[in-house]
Design a protein around this ligand. Sequence first.
Ligand code: NAP
Length: 248
Amino acid sequence: MKTMEGKIVWVTGASRGIGRATALMFAKEGATLILNAREEGHLKEIDAQVKEVSGNAPVLLGYDVSDPVKVKDSFHLIHKKFKKLDVMVNNAGILEDSLLGMLSPELVTKIFSTNVFSVIYHMQYASRLMAKDGTGSIINVSSIIGRLGNEGQVAYGASKAAVIGATLSAAKELAPAGIRVNAIAPGFIDTDMVKQLSREKYDQRLASIKMKRLGSPEEVGKVIFFLASDAASYVTGQVIGIDGGMLV
Ligand code: NAP
């Protein structure tokens, strides 16, 4: 029997990069998936891939994770359809660089709404669904920048540090209900997100990795999968770096 058969797994930001690789990993192990991106049309490719590897049709939800009304409506729909949720992966996020002196209130709001407020809303509703069964695993995607900071990334770094704070607090609150909450802090991962960096920044970042290479989305997905699985049944309130030794 596949290890995720009968499990309902929700991945935000599943159209590309880390989210897509993670979704496929769960699909291969038989999970029933709920997949999100800003538009349902962005999920066509992953939809076909999931059907191919698992035979299970995923539920596709196109909504902006920063919109609290859309998040609430989506949970209402999933509650009606499945009555339960086993795994919530809060992966959707944006990276927009700006030096502190140039940072506009609009950009700060956009980054925090997408990277932090979304995580809080999803944890709130997910934990209500999970609490009914007294079990569940929430995995929040932070970043090494939330721990180390970076030039030009005051808002992004602050948002990812906030994800860690939210994770640790929720882990304490939800442990008595049998719900585990952990965060991961990827380093430099080969996705569309890092393609927007200038050559100079790209080379600097690469040089700071002890393993001398970027990580793959699958290498991040494997850690998310571990945190969701029974192998991590006594793991909560942790922040796991996946960075090829950037922090060593
Ligand atoms: P990516 O390739 O740019 O993919 C981002 C995903 O998030 C896409 O599926 C995108 O969907 C979705 N998304 C963005 N804004 C959204 C919104 N408002 N509502 C719903 N979905 C939204 O990025 P990635 O590299 O895989 O990053 C995934 C997560 O890992 C992010 O939280 C990022 O901060 C974090 N991370 C990445 C790295 C790295 O080196 N790549 C390092 C540390 C942390 P659309 O198709 O709708 O655009």
